[in-house]
Design a binder for this molecule. Structure first.
Ligand SMILES: Cc1cc2nc3c(=O)[nH]c(=O)nc-3n(C[C@H](O)[C@H](O)[C@H](O)COP(=O)(O)OP(=O)(O)OC[C@H]3O[C@@H](n4cnc5c(N)ncnc54)[C@H](O)[C@@H]3O)c2cc1C
Length: 285
């Protein structure tokens, strides 16, 4: 990747670049744009992030609203009303230089910003065992709530968190629970999962396996000297500033802040945006 390329066209230059287009990223980018600064959010997938996988949200302003509806409505407001810039882009690395930040996306483009806001959320914590990739979506799922209904009348292995055990029991004929550390591999016929292989070598047949092993922050693209805690969450202070470099802020699920929910993510995004705006406006560029 061309890390040395620093000739950045005007269209790729921003005051603030937000990495991630979940609820935190879209909120932060909108607030920066509303302040008069030039801002964008770079998103590698569908804008909305985790919201796009939530059937019904019961603890937000509109009870029972679907995550998809909320995500689309925030996206429309951000891009059509506030007119913040949405850019499809998978950020692969970042390099700070002379007070500026250079971001490199998978399509080979370079982006320049005076400040950045990291809002990359979290991804699924996989088990990293044989057969996991092969049987994903072929009997193996990472979301008991989303796919539990598919297990109607079937036998199920639930690996990890038991929050949705009762829901699975309503559908499946049998649910066995395992610790993630019990699992050596997923077994199958080449097309479909047929069971699990435990660390002691024993095989247990099942029709479906649900891995509920929590989440891990999406921070692989960050320089290794960005401060993270033991769960790889980006460390921020009360102003959502990272101690890494002046001009680096973070918000939402990828940070060491709790709880990991929609409203706190939006509040943190507002604070991160406010801090980034103050930072950029305080300097003579
Ligand atoms: C099943 C489920 C149900 C939930 N229900 C509720 C609920 O009812 N109420 C509630 O308040 N909360 C709920 N939550 C939690 C809530 O969804 C999250 O706290 C919130 O959506 C986090 O938003 P975020 O923007 O920080 O992160 P995310 O939504 O994870 O968004 C991060 C975005 O960054 C993008 N990204 C990552 N890396 C890169 C990169 N290198 N380059 C470009 N883009 C990148 C990702 O593609 C993603 O779109 C639920 C979560 C789950 C999983």
């Amino acid at each position: 990747m061309g890390l040395e390329v620093e000739v950045v066209g005007e269209t790729n230059k921003f005051d603030v670049i937000v990495i991630g287009g979940g609820i935190a990223g879209m909120t932060a980018s909108s607030i920066v744009t509303q302040s008069g600064l030039k801002s964008c959010f770079l998103e590698r997938d569908v804008p909305g992030g985790k919201l796009m996988h939530i059937d019904a949200i019961h603890d937000f302003s509109s009870p029972g609203v679907s995550g998809k509806d909320l995500g689309l409505s925030v996206f429309k407001q951000a891009t059509e009303e506030v007119k913040t810039n949405y850019v499809y882009g998978d950020v692969q690395s970042i390099r700070p230089k002379n007070g500026m930040f250079y971001l490199f996306t998978a399509d080979g483009q370079t982006w320049e910003a005076k400040a950045i806001i990291i809002a990359t959320g979290t991804g699924i914590k996989k088990l990293d065992v044989d057969g996991e990739e092969k049987y994903f979506n072929h009997g193996l799922s990472y979301c008991a709530l989303c796919d539990g209904a598919l297990a109607k009348g079937k036998t199920v292995a639930l690996i990890g968190n038991t929050t949705h055990l009762d829901f699975l029991k309503q559908n499946a004929t049998k649910v066995d629970v395992y610790q993630p550390t019990d699992i050596k591999a997923f077994d199958g016929d080449g097309n479909k999962l047929t069971g699990i292989i435990k660390k002691d070598g024993s095989k247990v047949a099942c029709d479906f396996a649900f891995v509920e092993n929590g989440f891990i922050p999406n921070i692989d693209f960050l320089p290794t000297d960005v401060e993270v805690d033991d769960q790889k969450q980006v460390i921020v202070d009360g102003t959502m500033k990272s101690p890494y470099f002046e001009g680096v802020f973070a918000c939402g699920d990828c940070t060491n802040q709790t709880p990991k929910m929609i409203r706190p993510a939006m509040e943190q995004a507002a604070i991160a945006a406010d801090s980034a705006i103050k930072y950029v406006k305080s300097k003579n560029w």
